[in-house]
Design a protein around this ligand. Structure first.
Ligand SMILES: Nc1ncnc2c1ncn2[C@@H]1O[C@H](COP(=O)(O)OP(=O)(O)OP(=O)(O)O)[C@@H](O)[C@H]1O
Length: 306
């Protein structure tokens, strides 16, 4: 039996007359990792803040863990873990103290809190930093500690707003591994991101958001199959010489970006050979698999990270 943990219908958030979230429908099921993918300003954080019961909705229906955030906020929050966009750790406390103090907020006993902190430091791979202050830790370590802290109350649903923004590739991969383990242990994840690789790595299902609306919904694989071809041929030309005219008929669809021309085709190498045969001479070329970035470009006409 699938259980719905978050159900939104025509969910709307207005700031004055500006509608940041414009009537979206979303359903998050128990055990899945669900993503909101979109550029800055798409309305992802506003949606997350409504789900985390810290920002009231302006319209529509919202149920979280079967309850209404308007009337059951505290009861819902007690069963949620929230990882905000910016780490808000106490820099002057140690790693262990950060976890213990937070645990006490949730009413855990001293003994329970001590035990939980040890378990969570192991999970976050911070055991050897237990008694170090937070301030000098790397960005990746701070993020892992913020996530560990959000797990103090054994939440059923963990909300992560841009979990890996600003981290280097190694730190991101370590974090993805931790999140994957959490999912395996049965925690439902909701993640906002503007990184398409993060959405592809972590999310079972996602919505692509743009301008407060949902542009598409599905698994990463489904979205790519529906909105892109199997392969993409990327051609780079000298500045000012970029033109799609000579290659337009070599692909199902052609996109001209400021620095590249993208040819959407089932067979990128064949398209490249055909382009060469007619005398097209790019500075460089690359054949790659289609990604969610291509899906976003198709749906919105823009690249995800402008
Ligand atoms: N408190 C607020 N008052 C007025 N406008 C706001 C407020 N919060 C957000 N907005 C506006 O709502 C829109 C959506 O913002 P939101 O933070 O939800 O987007 P986002 O997709 O999460 O992007 P980001 O990654 O930048 O957080 C933006 O245009 C933003 O400027």
């Amino acid at each position: 039996m699938t259980t719905t943990l978050v159900e939104a219908e025509a969910l709307t958030k207005r700031f004055g007359t500006f509608e940041a979230v414009q009537g979206i429908d979303v359903e998050v099921r128990k055990g899945e990792a669900f993503g909101f993918l979109g550029p800055n300003g798409a309305g992802k954080s506003s949606t997350m803040r409504m789900i985390s019961c810290v920002s009231p909705r302006s319209g529509g229906v919202l149920r979280v863990l079967g309850m209404d955030p308007d009337t059951d906020g505290p009861r819902i929050r007690a069963r949620l873990g929230v990882v905000p966009q910016q780490d808000n750790l106490d820099d002057e406390l140690t790693v262990r103290q950060n976890l213990e103090v937070y645990g006490r907020y949730f009413g855990l006993s001293r003994a329970a809190v001590r035990e939980k902190a040890v378990e969570l430091m192991g999970f976050a791979q911070l055991t050897d930093r237990a008694d170090a202050e937070v301030e000098p830790l790397s960005g990746g370590m701070k993020r892992r500690l913020t996530i560990a802290r959000s797990l103090v109350n054994d939440p059923e649903l963990l909300l992560l707003d841009e979990p890996t923004t600003g981290l280097d590739p190694q730190a991101r991969h370590l974090l993805w591994d931790r999140l994957f383990r959490l999912k395996q242990s049965g925690v439902t994840l909701i993640i906002t991101t503007h990184y398409m690789d993060e959405a592809e790595q972590l999310c079972d299902r996602l919505v692509v958001m743009d301008g407060g609306r949902i542009a598409a919904e599905g698994s990463p694989g489904e979205l790519i199959r529906q909105h892109a071809t199997r392969e993409v041929l990327e051609l780079r030309f000298p500045p000012g010489e970029q033109s799609a005219a000579e290659v337009r008929d070599l692909a199902e669809r052609v996109e001209v970006l400021p620095d590249r021309v993208l040819l959407y085709t089932a067979d990128g190498e064949a398209a490249l050979a055909a382009a060469h045969a007619r005398g097209v001479r790019p500075v460089s070329s690359l054949v790659r698999r289609s990604s969610l970035e291509d899906v976003f470009l198709r749906l919105t006409g823009r690249t995800l990270v402008d």
